[in-house]
Design a protein around this ligand. Sequence first.
Ligand code: APR
Length: 316
Amino acid sequence: MKKVSVIGAGNVGATTVYYIAEKNIADIVMVDVAEGLAQKKALDFLHSATLRSYNISITGTSDYREIRDSDVVVVTAGVPRKPGMDRMDLLKINVAIVTGASRYIAEYCPDAVVIVVTNPLDVIAMVVLRETGFAIKKVVGMAGALDSTRFRYFIAEKLGVWPGDVMAMVLGGHGDEMVPLKNYTSVGGIPLPQLLDDDSIEGMIRRTRDGGGEIVKYLKTGSAFYAPGASVAKMVESVIKDEKRLMAASAYLRGEYGYHNIFLGVPALLGKNGIEKIINIELAPEEKKALDASAEAVREGIRMLESFYVPGGESQ
Ligand code: APR
């Protein structure tokens, strides 16, 4: 049986575990620093094993040694932004947390594929890459899968069609500058612009960009976790089963789409080695301009990171 470890047993981590368990994809280890939290959730999941036909093991722990030899490690550990905390304060805390987690990953599962979820995603992925020293294809960020599923849902809702029949891709960084690609969106093979007018499409693009924000407004404390968990589970499944599913994923770029040395959401094939291939597609001039702006927003985050972060420095 393959093994998946999920670092951080909070909302996104535990929901990811739920979806992985429901499909019996792999044995699961959940790690959380909060004493007892991962243990409690693992036990709770296992109590449903007979009802849900689980044939995998689920372990909860605060001991990183339990992640040994995992095929995939998902990083969701972090703290949410609290009142009075600015972006820099939050970044410093999450960088220290992820630095610590990355060193354990490098020590106990040197062959794993790491899926990064902790925000700010495209910047934190850089820290994981540097601290693990892994090959670049082994570190991948989860954002595009989530942004794309939201876009697909909004289109399906508007047209009254089955969501699975809508194919769409959202590229760029995980933020307000993300780039939904209307020219590559289709419903049962029919290009979206033949089914909806420009204003309606623009409305759905705006709603996709604000997808996370809309949920935060309802929740007040905390952020989305069902769709993020399902998106991570889809990526995990593609890697564990070597499915080579094509989806938007945050990958470290070395010249693809004209960008160098940043993580950015691009179409990629996910398989047992992580990013098996980055697919180059032609973008309309306005889409390329939007992707440039998104890359610049990620670079701004990296400049913020580099103002205090020294690879191999302090961890938490
Ligand atoms: N090692 C393991 N777990 C840790 C560590 C650490 N060093 N530090 C914090 N954690 C745990 C916390 O104890 C908490 O249970 O990470 C968990 C985070 O869970 P939540 O606060 O519920 O946050 P969640 O909603 O799951 O989001 C996690 O994913 O989508 C992103 O922006 C989101 O960065 C956030 C991350």
